[in-house]
Design a protein around this ligand. Structure first.
Ligand code: SF4
Length: 335
């Protein structure tokens, strides 16, 4: 256990955690919604610090990020705990885990060393919600930057402005789940609300951190064409038409509590892709059929990806000088 950084004292021994949009008010001896922050003797402690329950090398496309260092390998890091309770969660074994002393300590310097040994160009805080292990993530990101690596987060977007301000100097890219445009979905499926996610997304966009969005298309829950249309329009209007949008299919067998829900059909993904195009988005990634990066001006290929899903690194780039090879428009790809 280690004292947390992001909290303040409220009356009657209650501590308010300022890390995520739940802003839990935690009584002595109790934990926050994430169960990874506990009020012990009038101080807030993070239980997730140093508890790396998942580490591996991944293609950056698998995060998914398509406009940030394409073809590179990133070192993925996850610690236990989440502020959401998504019934569809694919990493529920670790996201819903309560951190304890049985998990060995992995210091931030060990994480950076592991990334370097694996030949990675970046470290990604992922699998669970990085906000929950923010102190651990921050220390790792600072060392990672010193070592010449980039830093990435994969997040549900429920981080507070205080958390965003703390990570902003160290974070290079982020993929945020925008799960639905219905508040009822967030309340029912995740135990959260929609507006704070939209607010965070606008703040991240303004911060200049490279941003990509992912939507899991869940049959009967997050596949309504009118909802997807509102979601795509929000991205265009508030985040910019150039923001990459990833459409991913739902797989019931790896979900936490939704084994009875059917998998997403390729037709539904295609329909969502068309909705995004009609809304004005320039870059929509959806399975093998829509895995290449095309020049929005002339349609020429900028990056070819021969992989479904983004499980290996068979990519070819045609924008070597930062421009489209056909019409010479600037490429949207970072690095
Ligand atoms: S990180 Fe979020 S869920 Fe966890 S204690 Fe803090 S405010 Fe609550």
């Amino acid at each position: 256990m280690r004292e947390a950084n992001f909290y303040h004292a409220a009356p009657d021994g209650v501590l308010q955690c300022d890390l995520c949009r739940h802003y839990c008010r935690i009584r002595p001896g109790s934990s926050g919604i994430c169960r990874a922050r506990r009020n012990v003797g009038g101080k807030l402690f993070t239980l997730a610090y140093g508890k790396a329950v998942a580490q591996t090398a991944d293609p950056v496309e698998k995060k998914p990020l398509c406009h940030f260092m394409p073809g590179s390998i990133t070192w993925s890091l996850g610690a236990p705990g989440c502020n959401f309770r998504c019934a569809n969660c694919q990493n529920w074994q670790i996201s819903q885990m309560i951190p304890d002393d049985s998990i060995p300590l992995n210091k931030p310097e060990e994480i950076v060393q592991n990334a370097q040994l694996a030949g990675c160009q970046s470290i990604t805080c992922t699998y669970t919600e990085p906000t929950i292990f923010a102190e651990y993530a921050l220390e790792t990101m600072m060392l990672s930057r010193q070592a010449g690596l980039k830093n990435i987060w994969v997040s549900n977007g429920y981080l507070s402005k205080i958390c965003l301000d703390a990570i902003r100097p160290w974070l290079d890219a982020i993929n945020v789940d925008l799960k639905s445009m219905d508040d009822a979905f967030y309340r029912r499926m995740c135990g959260a609300r929609l507006d704070p996610v939209l607010d965070s997304l606008r703040q991240i966009h303004r911060s200049g951190i490279h941003l990509e969005i992912t939507t899991l298309v869940i049959p009967g829950h997050a596949d309504d064409p009118a909802m997807l249309q509102r979601l795509a329009s929000f991205i265009v209007r508030d985040l910019g038409a150039e923001t990459p949008w990833h459409l991913t299919p739902f797989w019931p067998e790896i979900s936490w509590k939704m084994q009875e829900t059917p998998p997403t059909s390729p037709e539904m993904i295609e329909k969502a892709w068309e909705i995004g195009r009609k809304a004005g988005l320039s870059y929509i990634y959806a399975g093998k059929a829509h895995s290449d990066t095309l020049c929005p001006r002339c349609g020429a290929r900028l990056v070819a990806r021969n992989t479904t899903p983004f499980s290996d690194n068979q990519i070819e780039r045609f924008d070597a000088d930062g421009r489209c090879p056909a019409c010479h428009a600037p490429s949207p790809i970072h690095h």
